[in-house]
Design a binder for this molecule. Structure first.
Ligand code: 1CP
Length: 353
């Protein structure tokens, strides 16, 4: 059986079920898309990897369009997330960036005022033009029912990579700067607020119908710093976007934010709160406004594992959030070793009511 045989048509008559849900309406069964749905677990993705390095794939519209569309073709996901990366932003401002096999991103770290001065925020709109071009092609080519998702990293998470110079378990250098040279760290955050807001606004003008802010590392911070460096910058970005594009919903993902996710939802103005794996969906549902859409939160490991346990857990999450706007998704990205047929089984289970 090919994977496409699992996908049944949407039972709803809404034109774009995902967009409708993000705007605060319940759709049943809930729309589904997955973080990192374009990725190495797909053979057609691995075939494209041989053709160009990662940054070239992000910045070549034909390739980025193809990689965005692959999971839509295979699974008829309700959302198509732009193929790009959160680190494109510091890179277009002039910070050196390479994706090293087996190591991940490597950047020339920003540790001083002088390092920061080397970045040019005025280059962002021009230098991300290929990304905007990718989105405008996608807006024309995607099926009518599919919602096109733009994205960026949150200022704190992008700052983590910029200061640390790459991935880390604890981002110790970054948090040290935050405590020892708060004015410099705040300047980096402020630069990222302005440029992220401009970049997302350009993504929307090019055709993105919603945008998501990935805050992968905000959960490292204690409450006071979480308010200052996660909630407040996110609030400023949402305020800017709301003024420019009042009807475009914003999804916020304060990963591992714990109980701070409630305050994040309340103060930032996001339309949708994306939940990590550790958050109990029904508990958080009782703590946030009923119009706020929730997104998530299946454990990617359960998806990788597959079988009856996957069907059971997916159905449980779906049913537990019935009665409020819910977008079915994972609590983090699809893992590389995930069998593609498990994703088909998941989509089928969520849609089969
Ligand atoms: O070809 C490859 O294998 C490169 C792997 C890869 C991919 C497929 C990277 C490098 N980025 C991406 C695409 C990507 N990244 C998307 C595309 C759309 C989709 O979801 O299908 C998105 C939304 C991201 C977002 C992203 N990049 C985040 C936030 C979400 C998360 O995972 O927490 C983060 C932290 C990054 C940085 C990054 N880029 C790539 C890697 C391996 C990493 C993580 C580095 C680390 O901390 O170790």
């Amino acid at each position: 059986m090919t994977s496409n045989n699992f996908s049944s048509p949407q039972k709803t008559s809404v034109k774009k079920p995902l967009l409708h849900t993000l705007q605060g309406h319940e759709v049943w069964p809930p729309p589904i898309w997955l973080m990192r749905q374009a990725g190495r677990y797909l053979p057609e993705f691995r075939a494209m990897r041989a053709k160009a390095d990662f940054l070239t794939r992000c910045m070549t519209p034909d390739i980025a369009v193809e990689l965005t569309v692959q999971p839509i073709r295979r699974y008829k996901m309700d959302g198509a997330i732009l193929f790009s990366d959160i680190l494109i932003l510091p890179w277009v401002m002039g910070q050196s960036l390479a994706f090293v096999e087996g190591k991940g991103p490597v950047l020339e770290p920003i540790r001083s005022e002088a390092d920061l001065k080397l970045l040019d925020k005025n280059r962002v709109l021009e230098a991300t033009r290929p990304v905007q071009q990718t989105l405008s092609i996608l807006a024309k080519e995607l099926p009518d029912v599919t919602t096109l998702i733009g994205f960026a990293g949150s200022p704190f998470t992008v700052a983590c990579y910029m200061v640390e110079g790459g991935g880390s378990r604890d981002f110790a250098q970054t948090r040290k700067m935050m405590l020892q040279n708060t004015p410099l760290f705040q300047k980096i955050i402020d630069l990222l607020v302005t440029t992220t807001a401009q970049m997302l606004s350009a993504q929307i003008r090019a055709g993105a119908q919603t945008v998501m802010l990935f805050d992968s590392w905000g959960g490292l911070l204690p409450p006071q710093e979480f308010r200052q460096f996660v909630i407040e910058p996110t609030r400023q970005i949402v305020e800017f976007l709301r003024a420019e594009h009042p009807s475009v919903p914003v999804i916020g993902f304060p990963r591992l934010g714990g109980v701070m996710a409630v305050e994040y939802a309340e103060k930032t103005g996001v339309n949708t709160l994306a939940l990590d794996t550790v958050t109990d969906p029904t508990k958080i549902a009782s703590m946030v406004p009923s119009k706020l859409a929730l997104q998530g939160n299946l454990d990617p490991m359960i998806l990788l594992n597959g079988g009856d346990a996957l069907v059971k857990e997916a159905t449980r999450i779906r049913d537990s959030l019935r009665g409020r706007p819910h977008v079915f998704n994972l609590g983090h990205g699809v893992m590389q070793q995930t069998p593609p047929e498990n994703v088909a089984l998941l989509v089928d289970s969520v849609r089969n009511v």
